[in-house]
Design a binder for this molecule. Structure first.
Ligand code: GLN
Length: 447
């Protein structure tokens, strides 16, 4: 059924960068026979899914939607892929994304622009736009994305699906091409909250191959799902309900608050002191880390090399000039500047100090509530091309999602209504470190 959907709609939405459907069909047939004989062993056995094209897949392209990795076929698997292989999941392909996960619309892909299935003239969000679209349009039953500043939750909101960024370190990033190492986290896109809990259960848990992996045992995140929201303390903060909020988004959040109240949850007002600085801190920290992580693309170790050059330095320069897109270059320059001597204290160090203040802010907030309810984005999906000429406006679309990565806490985006044009609206549920079960429970109660 997923392959039929790919045949019918992939041409219109361009969600995939590469398809592995031929192998997938063979695997499915073999598995059919096996399941008929032995029964199903794992919940995800035989379920077709997609991976964002920044997760390494042995023998299958992993381009990060960049020309510089255009011909890169990794010789090893990312840990998440290995865990899904172990459950006999069936990979349908690699999903489109913003180059190196830098962007909020998937328009920064070097290869194609993915369209929002609800309105083909609008963006699907980003950077994991492809992963959101393949699930929203039934071209996969779940997918994985990565979220450095909102790249799972924002496209989930724009495409009307569920997307979760787990606690920093809960899901192994071994084999995930790094963007900003202190912020990156892998998580699922699904049609509903229960599927999200199932996929999280499959990919979460300690991995010795990732030095930032938390020492947390595997567990079944579906266990407490159905316990309801009664008695739960749900925080609401004015800082997330500011001026730029589209009226229909505000109305959808207000109505979600009413729904929780009706279910017996206690709604508490909470406040932040430093949230206004989150976006600036995020773009400094993420660009600084990116400039360092991307130094490895030098034309020698990976991927594409410029064809003509005079000497070694010229080869580096030409390879990087030709291989990276504009947004990636912008981040490398911004990050290199923020880390350079003389500016380090003024920018990078300051941003790290702000980061600590924002973490404390969240700690205080979670002293008085179990989960925090916010819109995922201030507005619904924007038009293709609408923000490409104005990077700052593009960055501003992440204002409600980046604080979560700065604090390392988990967050989920679930659909909560539609605007007047019929575009989906998403709401975010956030909680303290390792509160995934509570967040999923609150999300499931709403759904
Ligand atoms: N849109 C944000 C950025 O461009 C977040 C990206 C992400 O989460 N990977 O950095």
């Amino acid at each position: 059924a997923a392959v039929d959907r790919i045949d019918a709609v992939e041409d219109k939405v361009d969600g995939y960068l590469c398809l592995t459907t031929e192998t997938a069909m063979k695997e499915a047939e073999e598995l059919d026979g096996l399941i008929a004989k032995e029964g199903r062993k794992d919940v995800l056995e035989g379920i077709p899914y997609a991976l964002k094209d920044n997760m390494c897949t042995d023998g299958i392209q992993t381009t990060c939607a960049s020309k510089i990795l255009g011909d890169f076929v990794p010789p090893y698997n990312s840990e998440v892929y290995d865990r899904l292989l172990a459950q006999k999941g069936i990979l349908l392909g690699k999903a489109n994304m913003d180059e190196f996960a830098m962007g909020s619309s998937t328009e920064n892909s070097a290869f194609k622009v993915t369209k929002n299935p609800w309105d083909l003239t609008r963006v699907p969000g980003g950077s994991s736009g492809g992963s959101a679209v393949v699930v929203a349009s039934d071209m996969a039953y779940y997918s994985l994305g990565s979220d450095t500043g909102g790249s799972i939750r924002q496209p989930a909101a724009f495409c009307g699906v569920v997307g979760m960024k787990p606690t920093y370190g809960l899901v192994s990033r071994y084999g995930l091409v790094a963007f900003a190492s202190s912020l990156d986290q892998i998580g699922p896109f699904t049609k509903d909250v229960e599927d999200c809990a199932i996929v999280l259960s499959a990919i979460a848990g300690h991995d010795p191959k990732d030095s930032t992996s938390l020492k947390v045992d595997k567990k079944d995140y579906t266990q407490n799902l159905k316990e309801g929201a009664k008695g739960m303390k749900i925080g609401v903060a004015q800082a997330f309900m500011g001026e730029g909020l589209q009226p229909e988004v505000r109305a959808a959040i207000d109505s979600a608050i009413d729904t929780y109240r009706a279910m017996g949850a206690e709604i508490v007002d909470v406040s932040f002191e430093y949230l206004d600085y989150a976006l600036s801190a995020y773009y400094l920290i993420s660009s600084a880390e990116a400039s360092s992580n991307l130094a490895r693309y030098d034309g020698i170790r990976y991927g594409v090399r410029a064809e003509e050059y005079a000497d070694l330095v010229d080869m580096y320069r030409k390879t990087r000039t030709q291989g990276f897109g504009d947004e990636v270059k912008r981040r490398i320059m911004l990050g290199t500047y923020a880390l350079s001597s003389g500016y380090y204290d003024a920018y990078y160090k300051k941003a790290m100090q702000v980061r600590t203040l924002i973490m404390d802010d969240f700690k205080n907030v979670f002293d008085s509530c179990d989960v925090l309810l916010t819109p995922t984005t201030a507005k619904t999906a924007f038009g293709i091309g609408e923000k490409t000429g104005n990077p700052l406006e593009m960055y501003l679309t992440d204002i409600y999602t980046v604080p979560v990565n700065i604090a390392g806490i988990p967050g989920i985006s679930i659909p909560c209504g539609f605007d007047n044009d019929g575009m989906p609206i998403g709401m975010q549920l956030l909680g303290p470190v390792l509160s995934e079960e509570k967040i999923l429970q609150a999300a499931y109660a709403f759904e």
